[in-house]
Design a protein around this ligand. Structure first.
Ligand code: AMP
Ligand code: ZN
Length: 209
């Protein structure tokens, strides 16, 4: 009987060890992945514009026809580290974003930050509002660009001007944005699933042509 109990404990501890190792590995992989923008900033294939303060690159997994990221050269990890001292930098990033948008006059652009970014180094999204891309696959992708989870660059600038820092939304609000039903950003169409939303948005593209 006691041998049986020992075996059970042994099996359980092996399982637990495997799970712990898998968790550790997943955490390491996520950390490694979240640093990807730092190497992309040095990738000539992705480079759009560079000056002494910023680097603008193509998003490697674009969620729309045009999708760029403007990143500071200063090591600012995220919006949480932004202070009043960064105000001029934020305005400069916005200006560079607007110039990128203006160089593609046939598209409308959104300039903003995700309320909670997944990638390290502050980055301003400059994204055309067609959202017609094979890389845009999930409800989460959709809602991060089409709900108020996407915070306009102008709003971030005015918050930092007024309060000296970015005002963060709560975890509950983030969850609410992620759980928002799939809705077209151009009309009132409610989609059953991503494939139906993706074919619906083509109607709006055709109207532009
Ligand atoms: P966020 O959720 O605001 O952190 O968005 C990160 C953005 O970075 C997404 O739009 C990704 O498609 C993009 N991205 C992820 N990895 C890379 C990479 N290695 N190089 C360039 N863009 C990336
Ligand atoms: Zn629509």
């Amino acid at each position: 009987m006691s041998t049986l109990i020992c075996r059970c404990y042994y099996k359980m501890s092996c399982k637990r060890r495997n799970e712990d190792e898998q968790k550790k590995y997943a955490k390491k992989a996520a950390n490694f992945w979240s640093m990807g923008l730092l190497s992309s900033m040095k990738d000539p294939e992705l480079l759009m514009k560079e000056d002494d303060k910023i680097v603008a690159i193509k998003d490697k997994y674009p969620k729309a026809h045009y999708h760029f990221l403007v990143l500071p050269k200063e090591n600012i990890c995220s919006l949480a580290k932004v202070t009043k001292d960064h105000l001029q930098l934020l305005k400069h990033m916005d200006k560079v974003g607007q110039e990128l948008a203006e160089s593609h006059p046939t598209s409308n652009f959104k300039l903003g930050y995700h309320a909670e970014a997944s990638m390290s180094r502050l980055h301003l999204h400059v994204v055309s509002d067609d959202f017609n891309s094979t890389c845009l696959k999930t409800k989460k992708h959709w809602n991060t660009f089409t709900t108020d989870f996407f915070v306009p660059s102008s709003k971030i600038i005015s918050e930092v001007e007024k309060h000296g820092e970015v005002i963060f939304i709560t975890k509950d609000e983030i969850k609410k944005f992620m759980d928002t039903p799939l809705k077209c950003h151009k009309c009132n169409f409610l989609a059953k699933n991503m494939p139906s939303l993706k074919s619906h948005i083509l109607i709006h593209l055709k109207k532009l042509l």
